[in-house]
Each structure stands twice: as structure tokens, then as C-alpha cells.
Design a protein around this ligand. Sequence first.
Ligand code: RB5
Length: 153
Amino acid sequence: MEKIAIASDHGGFELKEEIKLFLKELGYEPVDFGTHNNDSVDYPDFGIKVAEAVSNGNIPSGILICGTGIGMSIVVNKFPGVRGALCNDIYTARMSREHNDSNILILGGRVVGKGLAMEMIRIWLTTKFEGGRHQKRLDKIKELEERIRREGI
Ligand code: RB5
């Protein structure tokens, strides 16, 4: 069963619990890095766990939810090899796979309803990266990551 890393802060906790059930229905194994209740927490603590698991290759992809999705997206895109996509609709969820090969889907638990979130996840999980001209662009991002690691900013 393919693993998917998942986490949220308090702003995404309830949607995270629904998403875990949906992922299991689709035949995935969600690996839950928290949070585990509605108490107020700091989103970086949870975004970092999922981003690390994807960046080091332990888990191929992830889903993160905070209130708006913005905090989580700022955190995860600091990790090499992570392509986190904050999506609010079906079109961006699909394009983040076709054009950007996104490996972490980020949602705003206070922005999208449950029905839309599940449909976005279904599309995101089943849409393939198109490669071609888009691969060349991802290669440039990889080169940038390597240059920053080597030389700093
Ligand atoms: C928490 O109140 C909220 O700031 C957080 O969930 C998220 O929206 C941050 O970007």
C-alpha cells in the first residue's frame, strides 16, 4: 500500500481526519504526523515533519492542512526536492501535478469545504506529471537548490 504523509495544525485538524478516511478508501496508507486534537499548535512543527519525510525520500508524497495553507506552503518549500502546492480549486490541483510535479498538496482547512477538498485530492493523486518542457523548468529549480547548498545565497 502506498504511503502518504499527512499533518495539520489546529486549523486543519478536522479536515485532516476526514482526509485520512478518504485516503484509506482509495487504498493509500496515511502516515499521520499530527496534530491530534483541536488545541492551538504551531504549523511549522507539523509541516517540517512531512517535508522531511518527502525530502529524504522516506515517503513519496504528502498532504498538509493549516487554516489558509499559506504557512505550511512557506515551510515545506524550504526543503530540497519538495514541491509543495497550495491549491484552492480543481484546476490548480490538476496543474500542480501536470506542470509542477507537486509532491505535497497543501490545503486551507478554513478555505475549502470537505467536498471540494476530497475531489481535489482525488484529482491530485491520479494526475500524472507531463514532463517535456516542464521537466526543464524543474531541473532549473533543482540546480538552484544545489547552488544554494554549495555557495549559499
Ligand atoms: C492558525 O491560526 C493559522 O494562522 C494557521 O492555521 C495558518 O493559517 C497559517 O498560515
